[in-house]
Design a protein around this ligand. Structure first.
Ligand SMILES: [Zn+2]
Length: 416
């Protein structure tokens, strides 16, 4: 047993949705939370190392349910042409490190990263968040995940190692490909049931894959205890995915009343990624190489996307925070939270949707997502009160301490 660690703060938001605890402390023993509560009523062991700072708020480690760790930050097609595919994989190392340092202690990688990224982080080869992996982004030919460009070249966004080919057509091929992706170590099956922004041949308001194709993916995943996440922007693509039994709708830009009712009926999840279209638009404005039709698609979905999110919040749909980082910079994940508040969530609900809720989506809520005794000590200390201004969570110098399983991934409080 290692010596206990106590983190003392002005306030603590435990991730359950309960009101903050003022003048709080958390005691960590052997990587888990031993006790949490008001400082005055907590017994801090005599030999505990005590960490404290000015105006600190403690929150659970954040969980981003949609990232792409093995993809370089920011979209730039010119740069992509000049980047070796092995470099895409190597970039997972710094990308993982900055994600963790930003306070994101768990992610779901929504494809383009091999499962070895998860395993290498777990083995301690480099710092990074806990990961669940989708590996491939399955797509119909000409769909959102097809790397073929109009010029005929294939422009791959992934490293090409241990990632089964994206293109799938027909139920038999889907059955086989899902089995291949699971054999490659995937925790999730990711497929595209609509067009998207960063794809040359389709539009976000079109559906992709037949319901029969999606159903067979859900069936094969379930046979191995796994679930399906769908890139689904269009109304029809969202409904097809839900009717076929998909667990989470990624982006969900065009939700109508029937789609919202289906989400409730199926107890499905929305992973909004509100920041992603904004990051595509910004990339266009920053002089990076991004085809104008893609920027135009981002502009076209951005407003409907926010309105859909607002309707989902009002309808009480399950919502888990996600960002689509690499579309924006890795480590900038928590910029999403202020946008969620803009879309009608209370700041406290935003924190819950970024901690306990994604832990439930990932079925890791027994260990992660809240600051409660017995859970893994994934703890973030931020300077200031995020309920007064969620924007501070996205400021690197405000994130003073990040603990993952009780080990400091970032610490500017003790200089350790
Ligand atoms: Zn994505």
């Amino acid at each position: 047993m290692t010596a206990a660690l106590a983190v003392v703060a002005d306030r603590l938001i435990d991730g359950t949705g309960r009101d903050p605890i003022e003048q709080a402390a958390v005691v960590v023993v052997d990587g888990r939370i031993d006790a949490v509560g008001p400082r005055a009523s907590l017994r801090i062991p005599d030999d505990a190392r005590v960490v404290e700072g000015d105006d600190l708020t403690l929150v659970p480690g954040f969980i981003d349910a949609h990232v792409h760790l093995a993809m370089q930050s920011g979209v730039d097609y010119g740069r992509l042409l000049m980047t070796q595919r092995s470099m895409q994989l190597l970039m997972a190392v710094p990308n993982s490190a900055v994600t963790l340092a930003a306070g994101v202690t768990t992610v779901r990688d929504a494809g383009l990263s091999p499962a070895s990224v998860r395993d290498a982080i777990d083995a301690g080869y480099f710092p990074g968040p806990r990961c669940q992996m989708a590996v491939s982004i399955l797509s119909q030919s000409g769909g959102h995940g097809d790397p073929t460009m109009p010029c005929g070249c294939e422009l791959y966004l992934d490293c090409g190692m241990d990632i089964p080919d994206a293109r799938v057509d027909g139920v038999d091929m889907m059955r086989r490909r899902v089995r291949e992706v699971l054999a490659a170590g995937a925790d999730w099956i990711k497929l595209c049931t609509s067009g998207g922004v960063l794809s040359p041949h389709d539009t976000p308001d079109a559906a992709q894959f037949t319901v029969a194709e999606i159903e067979v993916a859900v069936e094969e995943a379930a046979a191995q205890g796994k679930r399906v996440m769908a890139h689904a922007m269009s109304t029809a693509g969202i409904k097809h995915a839900l009717r076929a039994g998909v667990t989470s709708i990624e982006h969900g830009c065009f939700l109508d009343d029937e789609a919202l009712a289906l989400m409730k009926e199926h107890d499905a999840w929305l992973v909004p990624t509100l920041v992603a279209p904004r990051d595509v638009i910004a990339a266009g404005g920053e002089g990076r190489t991004i085809p104008e039709p893609m920027v135009a698609k981002a502009r076209a979905v951005s407003e409907a996307h926010m309105e859909s999110f607002r309707a989902a919040v009002a309808a009480g749909v399950n919502i888990a925070m996600g960002t689509d980082s690499a579309v924006g910079p890795h480590g900038g994940n928590l910029r999403e939270l202020a946008l969620m508040a803009e879309g009608g969530m209370s700041p406290l609900a935003v924190i819950t949707a970024s901690t306990r809720e994604p832990a439930r989506l990932l079925r890791r809520d027994a260990d992660l997502g809240t600051l409660e005794a017995g859970k893994l000590a994934d703890i973030v200390a931020v300077q200031g009160d995020p309920l007064a201004d969620l924007g501070i969570l996205a400021a690197p110098d405000r994130v003073r301490l990040v603990l993952k399983g009780g080990a400091a991934a970032k610490d500017t409080l003790t200089g350790a």
